[in-house]
Write a protein that binds this ligand. Structure first.
Ligand code: SAH
Length: 337
């Protein structure tokens, strides 16, 4: 296994085999992480600002029409207050994530992005789904720095089964438009989706490289009640960790978060991810009262904690791992960004 060389699909498939001891892979990924991005861990404060969504993705607990979801949307002032909290806690970035809420379209987001940039100077990441090329341009001009849009799976058939009102080609077109607009672009997938083959997971990883992503987010699929996938078999932490490690090996310098979904399937999930390739944490800074309502999947962690508690928890996690907070805002490590 060449830590420096480009991994071939055959080798990726070898390490995705759940019967194979992953320890050598994880050690190699940890080494690549140390060499390529260092020991610093970037903290991105996550603001879940609306759980209202026009889409009906089969896996998602806040899909349109899902019964029993108490819908909320934060006001501009509430979002700004979260950003102030992020600045106070010393985070370099705020990530604004929501469902595809028609009331929080680009026109409404622009003044909020401008206000956050002006008042806090923080890096702003958006995770607000599919929009037009022009809208992405406008969001970038308003000052947003980064955009996260997972393609969820490289398997076209599985994608259309899971996202009946989205189009596979459009999702990738959006990623290209985001890049053209000058965003640092993140994408990613869920690991262990029902019907997802190891072959397609290897393709996911090769696609991360091909798309030259600045950020890659991976988490285990967790079946949500009240969705068409209720009762389905969930993804394992092991599969998600193998994908993180392989993504580190293949992309080398992408920013890779230890995701909330990993921490939700195993209390040490995020720590394990930080030891096999991950270099980012996304502590929640959403208002505590709404957190239980942004339930993409059951068992989501940090839903009853104040932002300060999450910050303290993250600090002790880093101390326990012998890591530290990274300096600066954690922009892309790729040239010219
Ligand atoms: N509406 C935005 C943000 C989506 S939420 C968008 O579509 O891009 C962020 C991510 O949560 C999704 O991209 C998906 O990968 C993940 N997610 C949603 N439901 C999940 C589930 N049941 N299990 C694990 N991850 C899930």
């Amino acid at each position: 296994m060449g830590a420096g060389g480009i991994m071939k699909k055959k080798e990726i498939l070898y390490w995705l085999d759940p019967d194979r001891d992953p320890a050598p892979l994880f050690d190699m990924a940890d080494k690549v992480r140390r060499e390529a991005v260092g020991d610093g861990v970037h903290l991105r404060g996550l603001i879940e600002f609306s759980n209202i969504c026009r889409r009906r993705c089969y896996y998602c607990g806040i899909r349109a029409g899902s019964p029993g979801v108490r819908r909320y949307r934060l006001s501009a002032e509430e979002i700004l207050a979260c950003a102030r909290t992020a600045a106070r806690l010393g985070y370099g970035t705020v990530v604004m994530q929501s469902g595809e809420d028609p009331a929080w379209g680009p026109a409404a987001l622009i003044p909020v992005i401008e206000a956050i940039k002006k008042e806090t100077g923080l890096a702003v990441t958006l995770s607000v789904g599919e929009h037009s090329k022009e809208d992405y341009r406008a969001l970038r001009s308003a000052g947003a720095d980064r955009f996260l849009l997972r393609f969820e799976t490289s398997d076209r058939r599985l994608f259309s089964l899971l996202k009946p009102d989205s189009d596979y080609d459009n999702r990738f077109r959006c990623l290209a438009w985001l890049k053209e607009a000058g965003f640092q672009v993140g994408s990613g997938v869920m690991a262990g989706l029902p019907g997802q083959t190891r072959e397609s997971m290897a393709d996911d990883i090769l696609l991360f490289k091909e798309l030259d992503l600045d950020m890659v987010g991976i988490g285990p699929f967790i079946a949500s009640p009240d969705t068409p996938m209720a009762g389905a078999e969930c993804g394992t932490l092991d599969a998600a960790l193998r994908m993180v490690a392989l993504t580190r090996a293949v992309t080398r310098d992408a920013h890779i978060p230890a995701t909330t979904a990993m921490g939700s399937v195993d209390p040490l999930g995020r720590q394990k991810a930080l030891r096999c390739g991950a270099n980012v944490l996304m502590p929640n800074i959403s208002p505590t009262e709404h957190r239980p309502d942004y339930r993409l999947y059951p068992g989501k962690i940090c839903t009853d904690e104040a932002p300060e508690r999450c910050a303290a928890c993250v600090e002790s996690m880093l101390a326990g791992l012998g890591r530290r907070r990274a300096e600066g805002q954690g922009h892309s490590l790729k040239g010219g960004k």
